[in-house]
Design a binder for this molecule. Structure first.
Ligand SMILES: [Zn+2]
Length: 276
């Protein structure tokens, strides 16, 4: 079957470059994803410090970690991500106050998302920016769940970094337009239904648009749908009184953003294909 041999002119041979090395790239990606796992756990541990201190306007760079209950300084060997929580059986070594499961959870989720970013985007600057985006979302979610605020001090600088980063990596107006569109949409929602969300969520939507571009629509859609579930459950349980119970919205937006980051293109294509 000679016809199966591709025809190849001498021009093609001269201009042919070394074939890409997908297998090598896979290897590098996998190695990198493994290497970043431990620093990512450490970043998760740092996020716990951020989540405890930023809402209190305390410095995150000075002062050692201390038990929230007895103020005893936490020794380095009791401050190992995940491991210490398990070894100490989730209790302070000194006063036996329980250490909230938020701590190991933030560490684990951060590490998983950073590793996933490198597996998804390979050894690229996109992977680095995606990791940063995930780290910010984890911090903002942890703070919103515990303190019911979406801190400007985190969201605004992160939005600038993502907007500049995405525009530099892929110079298109998509990023700034999506940022304005997503935040505009939430601004309208916040004005129509003031109890539902705050200005913090509007700024968070700006960050989502800046990083996700058009797939921010997927993030918002999933975020709203996911937030509907606890809202309905509260309503079933408390009836009209449920209106007064505030649900932190940022974690749902963050969830939508994570799904959009890793699968937004696929979901958007499927959705447009279905209706288009
Ligand atoms: Zn203690």
């Amino acid at each position: 079957m000679l016809s199966a041999v591709p025809m190849c002119s001498s021009d093609d041979l001269l201009s042919s470059r070394p074939a890409p090395l997908p297998r090598f790239r896979q290897l590098v990606t996998f190695a990198l994803a493994t290497i970043v796992a431990l620093p990512a756990l450490a970043v998760g541990s740092f996020l716990n410090v951020v989540a405890s201190r930023v809402p209190l306007r305390r410095s995150i760079s000075t002062g050692r970690s201390a038990c929230m209950s007895c103020s005893h300084e936490i020794a380095a060997y009791d401050n190992i991500p995940l491991v210490s929580w398990v070894l100490l059986r989730s209790r302070c070594r000194h006063c036996a106050a329980s250490i909230p499961w938020r701590y190991p959870l933030v560490e684990l989720v951060t590490a998983v998302l950073v590793v996933a970013s490198f597996l998804r985007f390979g050894p690229t600057l996109e992977a680095l920016l995606a990791s940063f985006f995930c780290v910010v979302l984890v911090a903002v979610s942890a703070i919103d769940i515990e303190h019911r605020i979406v801190p400007n001090r985190i969201v605004l600088p992160a939005a600038v970094i993502c907007l500049v980063g995405q525009t530099a990596l892929d110079p298109r107006p998509e990023w700034v337009l999506a940022a304005l569109g997503a935040s505009g949409f939430l601004l309208v929602a916040a004005l129509v239904y003031p109890g539902g969300m705050g200005m913090g969520d509007v700024k968070l939507a700006f960050l989502l648009g800046a990083m996700l571009g058009w797939t921010a629509t997927v993030a918002l859609m999933i975020g709203f749908l996911a937030a509907l579930l606890p809202a309905v459950m509260l309503w079933l349980r408390y009836g009209s009184k449920a209106r007064k119970i505030a649900i932190p919205f940022a974690p749902f937006l963050a969830l939508g953003a994570i799904v959009a980051l890793f699968a937004g293109g696929t979901i958007l294509d499927a959705y447009l294909g279905f209706f288009g």
